[in-house]
Ligand binder design. Sequence first.
Ligand SMILES: Nc1nc2c(c(=O)[nH]1)N[C@H]1C(S)=C(S)[C@@H](COP(=O)(O)OP(=O)(O)OC[C@H]3O[C@@H](n4cnc5c(=O)[nH]c(N)nc54)[C@H](O)[C@@H]3O)O[C@H]1N2
Ligand SMILES: Nc1nc2c(c(=O)[nH]1)N[C@H]1C(S)=C(S)[C@@H](COP(=O)(O)OP(=O)(O)OC[C@H]3O[C@@H](n4cnc5c(=O)[nH]c(N)nc54)[C@H](O)[C@@H]3O)O[C@H]1N2
Ligand code: SF4
Ligand SMILES: [Mo]
Length: 694
Amino acid sequence: MATTEHRTYCRYCISLCGLRVTTDGDRVVEVSGDREHPVSAGYTCPKGRSLGAFHHRPDRLDHPVLRRDGELVRVGWEELLDDLAGRIRPIIEESGPDALGSFLATGAAFDPAGRTAGTRLLRALGSRSAYSSATVDTPGKPLVAELMGGYPGLIPAVDHDHATLALFVGTNPVVSHGHLNALPMPTARLRRLAERGEVWVIDPRRTETAKLATRHLAVRPGTDHAVLAFLVRELLPEGADAAYLDAHAEGVDELASAVAPFDRDTAAALAGVPADDLDDLLAAVRRHGRIAGQTGTGVSMSATANVTEWLLWALHVVTGSYDREGGMWFHPGFLTQLDRRRLPHSDGSAAPGPRSRPELPGRYGEYPAAALADEIEAGNLRALLVGGGNPMLALPQPERVSAALSRLDVLAVVDVLPSATTALATHLLPAAGQLERADLPLFVDRYVPQVSTQYTAAVVAPAAQRRPMWWVFAQLGRRLGVDVLPAGLDPDTATDDDVLAAIGGRGRVGFDALRAADGPVLAERAVYGWVTDQLPGGRWRLAPPALVAQLAAAPLVPAGPGALRLIPRRQIRHLNSQLTDDGGARTGREAAAAGLHPADAGDLGIADGDLVELRSAHGSLRCVAQVDDSLRRGAVAVPHGWGAPAVGALTSDRADVDPLTGMPLLTDVPLTVTRVRGARSSRRRVPPVRTMTN
Ligand SMILES: Nc1nc2c(c(=O)[nH]1)N[C@H]1C(S)=C(S)[C@@H](COP(=O)(O)OP(=O)(O)OC[C@H]3O[C@@H](n4cnc5c(=O)[nH]c(N)nc54)[C@H](O)[C@@H]3O)O[C@H]1N2
Ligand SMILES: Nc1nc2c(c(=O)[nH]1)N[C@H]1C(S)=C(S)[C@@H](COP(=O)(O)OP(=O)(O)OC[C@H]3O[C@@H](n4cnc5c(=O)[nH]c(N)nc54)[C@H](O)[C@@H]3O)O[C@H]1N2
Ligand code: SF4
Ligand SMILES: [Mo]
């Protein structure tokens, strides 16, 4: 058997694990971790290892498909693109360019050529209706970076080589492999941190990460800000890096007033943790002097997302931990090289939202996804291009989203597999998957824990009629009379490499050298000291008025302390909605269940495996209960991405939206849980959630 071995990297999550893929002709016969990879060193998770199976899945989208008189018809690319352009053209003529929108999400973040083409298409046509998953994931993070540091793209990264005190707030990297800080080989990296010093985890669940930590604070959901405000309050008079603050910060007094209400007892009562634990954490910060802390979706999806992120940043600035060894460095990106540029400054102000939701903030060239259904219902958005996203299961209120998407004149979906969204498509465009295209991690290389990148050639040629997403958008653009590709490239003749060279050719190492390396290239393990000098006026703004106001408005005592609250969680074998439907083969050990603390379950007369109904102010769903003693009492953990239960039914894109970012609140949602009567007899035991972490 003449087999070939390829070096590539996984594009499911931001860890970008290095892979060795063996092919035999057009068959992928083996996928394993790349032991020589400088960041992932042979590590992979079950998702990455399943990429060979993914490539050959019988349900992969292979042919362009058109919905004609309600029937799905397989057509050729020419016919599909001509039809699509022919339907979009009159919509733009009648309703203006904003009537054409895009939703480019997780799958597109890992496909820079495709995402760039999608963005350029919309821009060239003059449409402002760009949406993505970033506004249901983490909009508070760029906002805080902008308000405090003058630039939204500042991404603090844990100094894994020197930090002695690490703090993980609302993130479970052992399962997720990180939020904006990737953690490939999470167990090994966390153990190394814990051996060197202390690792603290703040999470209502005793997570897989918490189990590797030295300490765990099981806070009440939505109250992280209280813990951080308490720390800042106590550190300002004792434990702050006064010299750093004098030289590099403004607003110290305003910050001190803002956190003044969060004394030890207030913070402990609000967060629902023993005050002694807060004393211990404070003592740890004073002892270590520096801290390396990061948040995840447990924070970024909450009502207190912005203030928590702000106070974590403030904690770093107050202790002189930012941009310095032993704390957090800022990731300049291998390809983006922010450390070699002059950063433009901005102040966090927003453009108005779309017409139906003008109160929502437009930022970074996008509207919040919370406006998507309203814009369609209002008739403002008539055609939508979806690339690498599944809005049906990512957004609140799936029933409403479904009705809205079904009303569109055009729903064109570029994807690799069928999804809840492709099921509604008028035009289905089969994309080349991650093994079928050359790539560079242009938009995600700033999340990996070192300054490195990797070019990959396509491991196998695109099968069937699958095409790169850049080609799809460029061909559509050509039919609509606009040039989409950079550098004047011709969509009929350009290659993946041509497009990548045009968009990612300005890295530390030129595109040709990256391509010649055909594997990972490590530039530095960390870069310190490039941000502080570039701050507006040379100073961190410690007390942005918008955040001070949000903190002042946050309650100081828990609302309904005994009530149940929905919290999110992730599971190892699927990524959002991807890989949840795997013919049962690999996801069998994961349950789409609602986790409940044993005492809460007992109070409600619920046993493991019972069918339960979850109800919030926004909707309800039914699923199986899973009694789980790793949860804090009151927290009900429901994973997202499953079609049933579609947890979005419990959340709202209208009622519960953060005013500064337009982020729908997805954690700390009040809810009731009841056993569905008569269901016990048909009770099915849920297999235990076994976390595979390698
Ligand atoms: N296996 C897998 N990996 C993934 C994904 C996936 O679906 N599966 N999704 C990817 C995506 S898109 C993202 S954005 C990242 C997210 O990465 P993470 O943010 O690390 O996501 P989670 O693992 O859900 O961790 C969130 C944690 O927050 C906790 N939490 C909930 N509410 C609160 C709260 O109010 N306060 C605090 N302190 N904690 C809270 C939850 O218990 C949970 O442990 O993961 C990525 N990686
Ligand atoms: N209630 C609740 N809701 C949530 C969350 C939560 O924790 N709780 N999490 C939120 C978060 S963090 C996020 S990021 C969003 C996720 O929102 P999305 O990004 O919309 O969700 P995914 O399910 O990851 O959808 C990715 C799609 O891309 C496709 N895809 C994969 N690879 C490729 C490719 O190479 N090319 C193309 N063209 N397509 C590809 C997949 O098949 C899939 O259909 O959901 C959010 N919604
Ligand atoms: S952790 Fe898993 S999904 Fe993420 S890059 Fe590595 S192999 Fe892929
Ligand atoms: Mo996300």
